[in-house]
Design a protein around this ligand. Sequence first.
Ligand SMILES: NC(=O)c1ccc[n+]([C@@H]2O[C@H](COP(=O)([O-])OP(=O)(O)OC[C@H]3O[C@@H](n4cnc5c(N)ncnc54)[C@H](OP(=O)(O)O)[C@@H]3O)[C@@H](O)[C@H]2O)c1
Length: 325
Amino acid sequence: MTGTEQSGARTLIVGSGFVGRAVAARIAARGGSAVLASRRPPSSAGAGAADWVRLDAADPAACARVLRSVAPDNLVLVHGPSDVSWCEADPERAAELHAGAAANLAAAAGGRRMLLVSTDNVFDGRSPENDEATPTAPANAYGRAKLRAEQVVREAQDATVLRVSLVYGWEPEGTAKWLNFFAACAHRLRAGQPVAAPEDQWTTPVLVEDVAAVTAAALAPGAPELLHLGGPDRISRADWAEAIAAGIGAPRDLVVRGPRAAGRYASRPANTCLTSTRLDAFLARTGLRVRGVAEGVDALLAAGSGEAALPEGVLPEGVLPEGVR
Ligand SMILES: NC(=O)c1ccc[n+]([C@@H]2O[C@H](COP(=O)([O-])OP(=O)(O)OC[C@H]3O[C@@H](n4cnc5c(N)ncnc54)[C@H](OP(=O)(O)O)[C@@H]3O)[C@@H](O)[C@H]2O)c1
């Protein structure tokens, strides 16, 4: 089977967060079975149709034990830490949790196919475009840890590294943190609160459901060893926040435009953007499509408000919390 989803396959997904749960839902919807793994259980509403197993991927013995008990056909590595500021504060722990965990899982996987969800932070953000041939140059501890994890996974027998740009969508029900820019902005704007957004920090946002679909398809043998997945639009945070305001019907002047250097994205690269020389062919072969920002925002707003998913105190008034990507 080449580049198509493998109905009936059993997948161990290490990481039960925003992206991991969406991947589990996609696999289950296509007739596969997914087992989520993380140190703490996801809320039952967010876990959906997937089973869950406790795992600290930094523990080699625990990885071996879980691989034996779950006996998956393949693995998706989509665990944290994904908070850039947290990784900067503790680079050694970040490396242990990404590269160390990848090594543990690769050793325990016994040749099973693996897919690592990686990041545009393996680039320093100076170039507006980064395709699969662009030399890597991480500018932060998160990027360095993910790049080392990539190297570990690519040395494994049969693996794909899927570098993904900024992911957005509604956060899963009951989640403890709201970490994505779209959901945080939509909530703030709907409540009539301002959102400060830089007009000189550029991303290629990609809808979480599209990430899940491409991840599930790329699990099949024959997918490229390295694939970039960004959305088709390169957009500044400020323009994107205004697009969200327009979709909601909130006043545009709630979006406070400013320079990156003045705000909480000061430490982030100017560009967290991905392009690809391989994605179009992969999408054509698998019959998938990656939606642009206007279509993605419309689809999310049509699907529901997301308000019910916001527990008390998760998104306090004021500047967006540090963890928001
Ligand atoms: N979201 C994005 O925009 C984006 C973009 C590009 C790449 N990615 C990559 O996708 C991955 C996940 O992102 P996300 O947004 O889904 O993050 P998330 O919502 O923070 O979820 C991370 C998950 O990993 C688990 N985890 C953390 N440490 C673990 C460990 N030692 N062993 C097992 N599980 C562990 C967490 O649960 P516990 O803490 O309970 O263990 C949580 O379930 C990250 O590797 C990130 O690099 C994300």
